[in-house]
Design a protein around this ligand. Structure first.
Ligand SMILES: Cc1cc2nc3c(=O)[nH]c(=O)nc-3n(C[C@H](O)[C@H](O)[C@H](O)COP(=O)(O)OP(=O)(O)OC[C@H]3O[C@@H](n4cnc5c(N)ncnc54)[C@H](O)[C@@H]3O)c2cc1C
Length: 211
């Protein structure tokens, strides 16, 4: 009879759950069960522009909303959340931002040992495979999560960046690198025109590699 005994049960195969299942199952001694309430995939999920098709789609979205309250004029505010493998990383906006280094340093100063930016930087480097012009002290090239620098160009972008410069906001070629503040082009969890959800990068990585 098939064994139903597991060392770990991960409930929810979203951003966190997919990574956790990947890390736990890297040790062949571990028997890991992943339980996901949503479907395996959705045709619009792999295509970046499909974001718009999933934002109100109950087939791949829990479609939560906030309670009416005075601060929202008694309105319910939509709170989309992914309901499929990869969770919200399968329906999100794909913008890749690490967060401000000063925030991590402040957390460390408040007593959270191990959370300074210098200490979390190796994890950020290891998790990503960045395709873009960057300083390799800050960016990873061989990790599972595929991140790509936008290659869009045009007069509008040039004018916006120039205008920012005129009010003192300097250009940065990598807002996840040495110089986080400034104006620059978006980096996204997209590779070869396909969304790089955690499902593809961590749960079924060979499928992610094919794209
Ligand atoms: C529309 C949208 C746009 C976003 N845009 C960006 C962006 O551009 N950049 C960015 O960095 N972040 C963005 N985010 C935020 C980011 O995607 C989330 O913060 C992140 O994915 C949350 O990860 P999580 O593991 O906490 O939850 P999720 O990824 O949501 O995973 C939770 C999983 O648990 C499953 N689940 C829930 N209940 C059960 C149950 N009882 N049993 C089994 N499974 C269950 C769900 O179906 C889901 O798969 C966006 C989010 C949304 C929704």
């Amino acid at each position: 009879m098939e064994s139903r005994i597991f060392d770990y049960i991960v409930v929810g195969a979203g951003s966190a759950g997919s990574v956790l299942a990947n890390r736990l199952s890297a040790d062949p001694k571990n028997k890991v069960l992943v339980l996901e309430a949503g479907r395996e995939s959705h045709p619009w999920s792999r295509i970046p522009v499909g974001f718009a098709k999933l934002i109100e789609n109950p087939a791949a979205n829990w479609l939560y909303s906030s309670e009416p309250e005075a601060g929202t004029g008694q309105r319910r505010i939509p709170i989309p959340r992914g309901k499929l493998l990869g969770g919200s990383s399968s329906i999100n906006g794909m913008v890749f931002v690490r967060g401000q280094s000063q925030d991590y340093d402040t957390w460390a100063q408040l007593g959270n040992r191990g959370w300074s930016y210098r200490e979390v930087l190796p994890i950020f480097r290891d998790m990503e495979s960045y395709q873009g012009d960057a300083d390799d002290e800050y960016r990873g090239r061989g990790g599972p999560l595929k991140v790509t620098e936008s290659n869009e160009t045009g007069a509008l972008y040039d004018a916006l960046i120039k205008a920012a410069g005129e009010v003192g906001i300097k250009y940065t070629n990598d807002y996840n690198g040495a110089k986080q503040d400034g104006i620059g082009m978006t980096q996204a969890t997209i590779r070869n025109g396909r969304r790089m959800s955690t499902a593809f990068c961590y749960l079924i990585p060979r499928a992610g590699d094919r794209t």
